[in-house]
Structure formats: structure tokens, C-alpha cells
Design a binder for this molecule. Structure first.
Ligand SMILES: Cc1ncc(COP(=O)(O)O)c(C=O)c1O
Length: 373
């Protein structure tokens, strides 16, 4: 038996081959092709969003462009942004590439942003939440906090495609957000992503941003210095096909998640591990199932599991510990992020796949139990 870290959701080739062949025959493979436009219409229906999502070639550039559009629209020059360190590096890179200084904030046992510990200075203009493992942070509280402190709130929801809060998506609460459709994600278009906004002007800037800043094909006019980040037709075809199967996928995934929750709750009750706290009103899609070990024994855990052909990973490794960012953070800044510091070497991401068989789940749980004996 083998439990892989990731099992990508790749559609059967027969379901996409004809559509791909049509593109080659038409010799139209990128630049707002008909499949890209259809994919955006389908996503709008899926999200029930007022405005059509703007699809990009990946999640990081979706986030980069959404931040760029807001910064440009609000005529912000030098500024800082509150952002958790406990996220994927892409969240923070998108700020730095926009010439915004990240101010790392702490997380709580939901592993998402902890509002209570944030101190705002005049030059802070953004607050970026991240739905790590698909766990949506408390968006209503962050919205209120952002309003009170005149901050622009953007949600990096890259790993949270099927996640919901009160049975709705963050955009339905007026929160601008982005998703990643990378091949490893629960929903994918090989590479890809989208940004969704409720603001007409921001949407217009996003459409321009992905095409060198040009709003209309061949217009040659630049509205914003955008980076080429268009999605090609082949990715859009895979996205469309995967989106057709999303209901099925979520229903399978829910069954697997409920088994995991029951099993790991027991381990938590025995004080062997801690689990990520998910609020009752959130459906978390669990892009990986994180557990927090009681000691810094992650390497030992990974080695033991690998010896059983169960492939877990260290994820997320807090951004402030990476080579580039650790030069930027001062010792006193670490005092602002005690929970992140406490768990950074104790957290492991366990594999969880939508189509896991009972045999695989039992094998996996048996070996977890053996490790903690
Ligand atoms: C929180 C977060 N932000 C951004 C990204 C970047 O997305 P992409 O890989 O599509 O560029 C990821 C990808 O895993 C992520 O988890």
C-alpha cells in the first residue's frame, strides 16, 4: 500500500482531447479564447458572484495583480501590509513584488490570522488573510477591523477552492479573494488561478493587468503596468472539465474528511497531537490535514511514515524562517508571533485525497496509531 502526498485530479484524456484538438485546428490557443471565456462564466455561476472572476495563469499572479489593482486604484505609494507568516511564500512574495513591506502577524489555533495581536501604524494600508489548508479565517471580524483601521482587506484563498463560510464563498460577503488552480490543488486547471472582486474598477484593472495592462485586444494602451499572466486554452479546458465534476468531488471529500476528524479528534483527546480549529460555520476543504505534534519530532514522524510508504510533508514552513525573509525580520519582531514560533517546527501536513479507499484510510490510521504508541 502507498499513500501519496498528492493525487492530482486529472480528467480522463478522452473528455478533453476533442476540445484540445479543436483549439489546435483553429490555431487559437491563448489570448481570451472561447474556452477561457466559458471557464470564467462557469466560475461566476459556481461562486454566484456579482462580477465575473478574472482567470490568471496561476494563483500567485492572481494575488499579485489584485494587490496591484487596489494599490493603483487607491493611489497608495509607500506602504506596509499585515500578513501572517504562517502561509505559503507566494502570499508574501505578492506583496514584496508590489513594493509593500510585509509586517508578519501571528495566528491562533485556527492557524489563521489572529486579530487580537495586531498593532496598526499609519503606513499600514493592507491586511492579507490566508486560508491555510482551506480554513477560511474569520472574515466578518477582519472586515470590521479593516474598516475601522482604513485597511484594504484581501483574502489569499489559494488553497480553499471548495471551502465555504455559512454555506457561501468569501466573495459573497464582499471580500476580494484569489484562488489557485495548481495541479496539486483540490480543483485544478494544471496551472491557473483567479481573482474575484465586487468592485467594477478593480475588475477592469485585473482584466488589463493580466494582458500587459491592455484592456482590449490589440489596443496597445496601458492602463496599469501589468505582467503577462493570461491562462492558455488547454488549461481552461482542463478547468472546465474538472469544474463539471466538482459536486461529486466535494461529496466524496466530505466523507473522507469526517473519518479523519473522528480519528484525529480521538488522538487529540489522548493529548497525542493538536488539530487545527475550524469554526462551526466553516466547511474546510482540507488541502492536506495538518496536525501539530507535541514536540519538534517532525523529522522522526516523516521518516517513520515514509518507511510505511505514507508520504507526509512539512507544510507550511513559516515564511519568516526562509532564507530571504529571515534576513528581514528582527529579533523583537518574533515576539509579535509567539504562536507561529511555537508551532513552526511541530506541524505536519498529512495526505488526504478525495477518492481515498477505506483500505487506504485504515492503513493510514493504523500506522499513525503505531507511531504514537
Ligand atoms: C496560500 C497560498 N498562496 C498562494 C499560492 C500560490 O498559488 P500558485 O501555485 O497557483 O501560484 C499558494 C499555492 O500553494 C498558496 O497555498
Amino acid at each position: 500500500m502507498i499513500i501519496k502526498t498528492i493525487v492530482p485530479q486529472i480528467p480522463k484524456f478522452k473528455y478533453v482531447s476533442q476540445k484540445m484538438k479543436d483549439c489546435f485546428d483553429r490555431q487559437y490557443l491563448t489570448n481570451d479564447g472561447q474556452n477561457l471565456l466559458k471557464f470564467e462564466r462557469m466560475l461566476q455561476k459556481y461562486f454566484n458572484s456579482k462580477l465575473k472572476p478574472v482567470v490568471f495563469c496561476n494563483g500567485e499572479l492572481s494575488l499579485y495583480s489584485l494587490i496591484q489593482a487596489w494599490k493603483f486604484n487607491s493611489n497608495i505609494k509607500n506602504c506596509k501590509a499585515i500578513v501572517p507568516s504562517f502561509t505559503f511564500s507566494g502570499t508574501v512574495n505578492a506583496l514584496v513584488q508590489n513594493d509593500i513591506e510585509p509586517i508578519f502577524c501571528d495566528i491562533n489555533n485556527s492557524l489563521t490570522l489572529d486579530l487580537k495581536k495586531i498593532k496598526i501604524t499609519k503606513d499600514v494600508k493592507f491586511i492579507i488573510g490566508a486560508s491555510v489548508y482551506g480554513n477560511i479565517p474569520e472574515i466578518n471580524k477582519i472586515k470590521k477591523f479593516a474598516k475601522k483601521n482604513r485597511l484594504i482587506f484581501i483574502l489569499d484563498n489559494a488553497p480553499g477552492f471548495c471551502s465555504k463560510i455559512n454555506n457561501k464563498f468569501p466573495i459573497n460577503f464582499g471580500v476580494d479573494e484569489i484562488y489557485s488552480f495548481h495541479a496539486t490543488k483540490i480543483f485544478n486547471s494544471i496551472e491557473g488561478g483567479c481573482a474575484i472582486t465586487t468592485n467594477n474598477n478593480i475588475r477592469k484593472l485585473l482584466v488589463a493587468a493580466r494582458n500587459f495592462g491592455q484592456l482590449k485586444k490589440g489596443a496597445n494602451d496601458v492602463l496599469i503596468p501589468g505582467l503577462n499572466s493570461k491562462m492558455n486554452e488547454l488549461s481552461a479546458i482542463v478547468g472546465i472539465q474538472n469544474l463539471k465534476g466538482i459536486k461529486n468531488l466535494v461529496s466524496n471529500r466530505k466523507k473522507v474528511i469526517s473519518k479523519y476528524l473522528k480519528f484525529f479528534k480521538e488522538l487529540e483527546n489522548e493529548s497525542k497531537i493538536s488539530c487545527m480549529k475550524v469554526n462551526k460555520n466553516v466547511f474546510c476543504s482540507y488541502f492536506f490535514f495538518p496536525i501539530i505534534l507535541k514536540s519538534d519530532s517532525v523529522a522522526k514522524f516523516l521518516k517513520y511514515m515514509a518507511s510505511k510508504r505514507i508520504y507526509c510533508r512539512r507544510y507550511y514552513t513559516s515564511v519568516h524562517t526562509t532564507t530571504y525573509y529571515k534576513q528581514k525580520i528582527e529579533a523583537q519582531d518574533l515576539k509579535r508571533i509567539p504562536f507561529t514560533e511555537k508551532i513552526k517546527n511541530k506541524i505536519v501536513a498529512l495526505p488526504i485525497h478525495s477518492e481515498m479507499t477505506n483500505d487506504q484510510i485504515n492503513y493510514f490510521f493504523k500506522n499513525i496509531r503505531n507511531f504514537f504508541k
